[in-house]
Write a protein that binds this ligand. Structure first.
Ligand code: KIV
Ligand code: NA
Length: 264
């Protein structure tokens, strides 16, 4: 098996094929998603919430995310592994962006990086691409800017939609190989998808995007209060709660371990 590459991603758009992306933060889940055929795994800075227990993505660092990315690379064989550059690891300068991306690639084996923002991060994207780093963009609700937005709310309504369109075109022109559109109206995402030759990856951006992404804990039902755009495919919280109670009862009642799980 060989890894999915940016060329495969580009070819999918030319063929009009839709594809799924999902987050991963550890080797065992990465392996399950990889063997299910998910072509791109994202080690999101959403790890700040779903792994580290923070209430936003702001606090998480490159040091926090590199070991998770390394685990996802080790757990997968075919997927392209994209690492999120966390807040404060790329905004200062193109040099800072390259140093951060290099850590994900050299220490963890990431195949690409993602960063948030439009025209304000073009110098970073150009430097990364010129240095051989595939870059995924991220527009709309960019959670690292939650304190500017004043909450997690839909972006790109009204005339700000034209700014988002211009940002998306600028990202493509700077060499990004794909762009995440988060929490934007479906008609705007449809227009951006039609205007770009690189794929759009929607999350809360409607059905017209070339790809979709979800945080795996959201789609598996581990998150008690998921956003509106999440479809719950499993009740993992309920199943885990049931299983852990059964285990606890068995221990308390002396049912586990039985002879079956005991060395003579
Ligand atoms: O951090 C993350 O999980 C993301 C996706 C939801 C796009 O950026
Ligand atoms: Na992210």
């Amino acid at each position: 098996v060989r890894r999915v590459t940016v060329r495969d991603i580009a070819a999918a758009k030319e063929r009009g094929e839709k594809w799924p992306m999902v987050t991963a933060y550890d080797a065992m889940t990465a392996r399950i998603f990889d063997e299910a055929g998910i072509p791109v795994l994202l080690v999101g800075d959403s790890a700040a919430m779903v792994v580290y227990g923070y209430d936003s993505t702001i606090p998480v660092t490159v040091d926090d995310l590199v070991p998770l990315t390394a685990a996802v690379v080790r757990g997968s064989r075919r997927a392209m592994v994209v690492a999120d550059l966390p807040f404060g690891s790329y905004q200062a300068s193109p040099q800072q962006a390259l140093e951060s991306a290099a850590r994900f690639m050299k220490e963890a084996g990431a195949h690409a990086v993602k960063l948030e923002g439009g025209r304000r991060v073009l110098p970073q994207i150009e430097t990364l691409v010129a240095s051989g780093v595939p870059v995924m963009g991220h527009l709309g609700l960019t959670p690292q800017s939650v304190n500017v937005f004043g909450g997690y709310r839909v972006q790109g309504r009204g005339e700000s939609g034209e700014r988002l369109m211009a940002d998306a075109k600028a990202l493509e022109h700077a060499g990004a190989f794909a762009v995440v559109l988060e929490c934007v109206p479906a008609d705007l995402a449809e227009r951006v998808t039609a205007a770009l030759s690189i794929p759009t990856i929607g999350i809360g951006a409607g059905p017209a995007c070339d790809a979709q992404v979800l945080v795996w804990q959201d789609l598996m039902g581990l998150n008690a209060r998921p956003p509106k755009f999440v479809k719950k495919y499993f009740d993992l919280a309920g199943e885990m709660s049931r299983a852990i109670r059964a285990y606890a009862d068995d221990v308390v009642n002396g049912v586990f371990p039985s002879s079956e799980h005991t060395y003579a």
